[in-house]
Design a protein. Structure first.
Length: 385
């Protein structure tokens, strides 16, 4: 029997490796012929070495009409050549270009997964309405919209992006078995030495792209208060992005250099999570934040903002602490609570791990996607009989 041929498309290859690859492996195990598409980069060969066909098509992260039209045309040609049964797009920009190209190419089933909608509360009115309009337009080029959290699920329906029968909750999850194996293999003492961290340091991890929505500035201001109380606090920051230099300058201006280590892109984030005492994410909005899922699975307590996506994952004062976005004092007090109360920290770790295993396990998400694929494809076949 011929396998269902699916193309999954994202804007950048790093996200394909870090956010999607476990799902893709799971879908291959379910019997699908899965191919991947994104802009080129260092992770493409790594993914190809795992047995995937990987096509590279440049997709700009920004709105650049000429380049965007070129991307749509190249994707269109690829789709016509490969004759996919399903094109499944991810993230805003790949979702926009990919859906239009797939529609023009006559792909039988086009699905888009939101990883956090591009329009959200807190934006200026014109920007909110502009991105909402773009999303409504792109939605006309797909059959279904899948969502990683229920806030986005209802927002898609309530903003008339897509009618309810074509909107689906996908959720998000992590590979629990793989993360457990990585955590058990880490030599905490050696890893700390590798990074030049003292054995008695209280290590706070912040792993996010350096961009305004990720909330680095609030975090630094809160840490400034925390180190006045606890001198052994050291923050390790992973990632790159347009605000990186500005954030480094802010740390220096506040005379906090000895409390911060900027690590850049890391392939060993899961090992770093094992040596951290706390992971913080002070972002403005999320899909379902993978770094917090991974932290909870590995056994690191979390402090985060009470925003879309995150509040669906972290139950406040049960498996972590939530504070309001931009609330520096609240963030400081939450981090102080984690530092000063080891018993509460241990309880958060236990509850967080149980929550991941039960509700945010990648196996559960893969089955959910597979079941929906089969339902949709079955309905399409019935219509052609």
């Amino acid at each position: 029997m011929k396998k269902t041929k699916i193309a999954h498309i994202m804007t950048i290859n790093w996200n394909m490796e870090k956010l999607l690859i476990d799902k893709m492996v799971g879908l291959k195990e379910k019997g699908y012929d899965v191919e991947l598409i994104s802009s080129g980069g260092e992770y493409v060969e790594k993914i190809r070495n795992r047995g995937f066909v990987y096509h590279t098509v440049y997709i700009s992260r920004k709105i650049e009409p000429v380049k965007d039209l070129q991307s749509i045309y190249k994707l269109y040609k690829l789709f016509k050549t490969q004759k996919y049964d399903i094109v499944h797009t991810h993230t805003a920009k790949a979702g926009f270009t990919g859906r239009i190209a797939a529609k023009l190419a006559g792909i039988p089933l086009i699905i888009h997964t939101t990883h956090g909608l591009p329009f959200y509360e807190g934006q200026s009115k014109w920007k909110y309405n502009f991105y909402r309009l773009l999303e409504k337009f792109a939605a006309t080029a797909c059959h279904y919209i899948f969502n990683q959290n229920y806030d986005d699920y209802y927002k898609v329906i309530n903003n008339s992006i897509k009618d309810e029968k074509h909107v689906y909750y996908e959720g998000n999850g992590v590979n629990v078995k793989r993360l457990n194996a990585i955590a058990q293999a880490v030599n905490v003492e050696e890893k700390k030495k590798e990074l030049g961290l003292a054995a008695d340091s209280f290590i706070i991890g912040y792993f996010a792209r350096f961009e305004p929505v990720k909330g680095h500035k609030s975090f630094i201001c809160a840490v400034e208060k925390l180190v006045a109380d606890y001198k052994n606090v050291v923050c390790i920051l992973g990632g790159r992005g347009p605000l990186e230099d500005e954030i480094k300058e802010l740390v220096t201006a506040k005379k906090l250099d000895k409390h911060f280590k900027f690590l850049g892109f890391r392939d060993d984030v899961h090992e770093l999570l094992k040596i951290t005492d706390l992971v913080v994410l002070a972002s403005e909005k999320e899909g379902i934040p993978r770094i917090l899922m991974e932290s909870m699975c590995i056994g690191t307590p979390v402090v985060a903002t009470n925003v879309i996506g995150t509040k669906e994952l972290v139950v406040d004062d049960e498996c972590g602490l939530l504070v309001e976005y931009l609330d520096v004092d609240g963030l400081y007090n939450a981090m102080k609570t984690i530092y000063a109360h080891p018993e509460k920290r241990r309880q958060f770790v236990q509850n967080g791990k149980e929550r991941i295993i039960k509700e945010f396990n990648e196996d559960v998400v893969v089955k959910r996607i597979h079941d929906k694929y089969q339902e949709i494809l079955g309905n399409q076949r019935l219509k052609t009989v």
